[in-house]
Design a protein around this ligand. Structure first.
Ligand code: AMP
Ligand code: MG
Length: 329
């Protein structure tokens, strides 16, 4: 199929030919590496040996084989090919599914892992820039009923017409696990960024807390920040319109879908950032809050005791009191 538009897919993932970068050493002594997993580029910066980082990347590979919807035999792949049968899955997958369902209920379906069929129609990860057929999209939305997903102790059953998509929550879970892995290896200082899920391990080596830059959605990626939030053994997660999407005929189509319509959410938001202890929770919540907008989204954040900041197109910023945020400029 042709690709008539501009595609932005997980920091350039579509054109990627490597699985992981070489190690580089920064002036401050940290080792940096990038891995291409989970349809995006994941970075780790840590004060540790390269062999520890090699092990961390091997863990990423394992999580990809467990949770990717496109890897044959993964838990998600088996669920989506089960035609309505119950599927036994790994306890890690179960932990993600349980929280996904909890956030779905708490957000009135704004977060919904049953959006899988609608996500497929948008082809966000394969570099195409084409609009889905309206009838097919309406049909996919009709099938996106998360209340029909049944969870048992170590198994899941989804209706035959439904596909699950953990793209809005899994990277947060994996970032939490890889940060724990580094802590278990004795790493005292590290920062991970897994597709918008930043997790910090400890403080910076000089004892100061990490300052996590919030990407200016319209600026240069990784260089242009509109604010900074402090983080120490915690997570800073952003859902934004710039993370993934494509431009077609002057219109930008981003990857966060309104489960009621199957279309990219159309509100005034550019980005939502949550600060919390659990990156999995913050990941699910930022996706949900993007759909809900600042007013309802803040109420959801409060329910889960998470701090949050909303950035809107008119530069309006709304944030919760507990957030340690410094604005640029
Ligand atoms: P995030 O970047 O964490 O906000 O997640 C966006 C990803 O989650 C998309 O690329 C889809 O795979 C999936 N997704 C899109 N819309 C939703 C939604 N409303 N609820 C749950 N997952 C979604
Ligand atoms: Mg998310």
């Amino acid at each position: 199929m042709s690709c008539p538009g501009i595609v932005h897919c997980g920091a350039g993932y579509v054109s990627l030919t490597w699985k992981r970068s070489k190690f580089s050493v920064s002036e401050d002594g940290s080792i940096n590496v990038k891995g291409a997993y989970f349809d995006t580029i994941n970075t780790i910066r840590a004060w540790c040996s390269t062999s520890t980082l090699d092990e961390a990347l091997a863990e990423c590979q394992k999580y990809s084989e467990l949770l990717s919807k496109t890897v044959p035999g993964s838990d998600v792949w088996r669920v989506n090919h089960a035609r309505g049968e119950t599927v036994t899955v790994n306890e890690k997958t179960m932990a993600i599914l349980r929280l996904a369902q909890e956030v779905s209920e708490a957000s009135g379906g704004a977060f919904n892992i049953a959006v899988g069929p609608a996500v497929e129609l948008w082809h966000f990860t394969d570099g195409m820039a084409v609009l889905p057929d309206a009838k097919a999209l309406a049909d996919a939305v009709a099938r996106a009923d998360f209340t029909k997903i049944r969870l048992e102790e170590n198994a899941i059953r989804v209706p035959p017409e439904t596909l699950i998509d953990l793209g809005g929550i899994a990277k947060g879970y994996i970032a939490d696990r890889i940060a724990d892995f580094l802590r278990e290896r004795g790493v005292k200082s590290a920062m991970l960024n897994f597709g918008g899920n930043v997790v910090t391990v400890g403080n910076k080596p000089d004892g100061s807390s990490w300052k996590v830059g919030l990407q200016n959605p319209l600026g240069r990626r990784g260089e242009d920040f509109w604010a900074f939030v402090e983080s120490r053994d915690s997570t800073v997660v952003t859902s934004g319109i710039y993370e993934r999407g494509f431009e077609l005929n002057g219109q930008w189509y981003h990857h966060i879908l309104d489960p009621r319509t199957g279309w990219p959410v159309q509100n005034n938001l550019l980005a939502v950032t949550a600060c919390a202890k659990s990156s999995m929770l913050a990941d699910a919540l930022t996706t949900a809050m993007f759909v809900l907008g600042p007013a309802e989204g803040s109420q959801l954040a409060e329910k889960f005791d998470v701090d949050v900041v909303f950035l809107e197109k008119n530069n309006r910023v709304t944030y919760t009191e507990g957030l340690n945020i410094t604005f640029v400029g």
